[in-house]
Design a protein around this ligand. Structure first.
Ligand code: HEC
Ligand code: HEC
Length: 249
């Protein structure tokens, strides 16, 4: 397994592509995805302009070709919906502060490729006259480098559990379901960023409800082993789980 990763990193380094995030088991898949994306992007650019691509590749400046503004400007746009420092005050918008870096980056890639459902959303703060938009549109024009930077930036900020109402009885039932079916990958009640499986504990109920529905309908892809566990849940289990995650404040 390690040779595949070493080989993958070697090819990427030949292509003068950033390799710093390609190490360890978790990142092997991600590394391969990067390669695939890299070749896809070359294919797209080839059609537009072979020479610009070749020249910028040769100079190792592939990233600087895009004009996307700096991190602070992009972050301001994100926080218009996700809240100051990525801590949401709105049940339908997830808190993104403290979300594990690779999970966050992957989510952004999926949105950019329109491989994950993105609902239309109003801006919640700042200039609220900006027209409603979607997650897919918010990242549509951002480079891989910017998506990685955003994921790293938000990971450094503290996750703050949402203050929301929950039913204590349902939460207790949900804990039992979680411990049985989910804790293996979402340890410490779904609060451990080292799992690289998102943060469930203290996330907003509205977002969790929408997410469970997307998994159930197949609109959002999920880990095969997780799907087995999710498919086995009753509606009552799902409701109980959501109250359990909401109860961790
Ligand atoms: C117009 C509002 C809006 C803007 C702007 C916006 N988001 Fe979102 N974001 C949402 C909503 C709503 C969701 C919930 C999923 C959905 O409906 O698309 C979401 C979901 C996410 C998720 C998934 C969270 C998870 O745990 O899987 C991430 C990550 C994210 N946004 C990051 C960002 C970043 C980074 C930016 C800035 C580039 C951004 N968002 C800009 C509204 C927005
Ligand atoms: C085999 C490991 C595994 C198991 C078991 C598992 N999950 Fe997951 N889960 C993951 C991974 C990995 C991710 C992040 C995937 C991604 O980025 O889309 C995830 C993501 C999620 C998310 C989305 C988080 C977000 O921020 O959008 C929810 C909700 C979730 N899991 C709930 C559950 C529940 C409930 C169970 C138990 C019934 C469960 N998972 C069991 C691995 C697992």
């Amino acid at each position: 397994m390690w040779h595949i990763e070493a080989c993958c990193n070697y090819i990427i380094s030949l292509l003068s592509y950033p390799v710093e995030s390609c190490s360890g088991w978790v990142n092997l898949v991600r590394c391969i995805r990067k390669l695939v994306r890299f070749f896809d992007s070359i294919k797209g650019s080839l059609m537009k302009s072979f020479y610009v691509t070749a020249l910028s590749l040769a100079l190792g400046m592939f990233a600087s070709v895009s004009a996307e503004g700096d991190l602070a400007t992009v972050v301001e746009n994100c926080n218009g919906c996700h809240g100051d420092d990525g801590v949401s005050q709105w049940s339908d918008v997830p808190t993104i502060a403290g979300v594990p870096e690779y999970v966050h980056a992957d989510a952004l890639y999926f949105f950019r490729d329109e491989e994950r459902p993105c609902s239309e959303s109003e801006y919640k703060q700042g200039d609220t006259s900006r027209p409603a938009t979607t997650m897919c549109a918010a990242v549509a024009d951002l480079s891989d480098e910017m998506l990685d930077e955003l994921a790293a930036y938000y990971f450094e900020l503290p996750f703050v559990a949402a203050q929301q109402e929950f039913d204590a009885g349902l939460a207790a039932a949900g804990k039992a379901v979680h411990d049985e079916s989910c804790d293996k990958c979402h340890s410490e009640g779904g609060s451990n960023p080292d799992d690289e499986a998102g943060i469930l504990a203290g996330q907003w109920m509205g977002y969790l409800e929408a997410t469970f529905a997307e998994y159930a309908s197949g609109a959002r892809e999920q880990d095969k082993k997780m799907k087995e566990k999710m498919d086995a849940l009753s509606d009552a289990d799902t409701t109980a789980l959501i109250h359990y995650y909401a109860s961790q404040q």
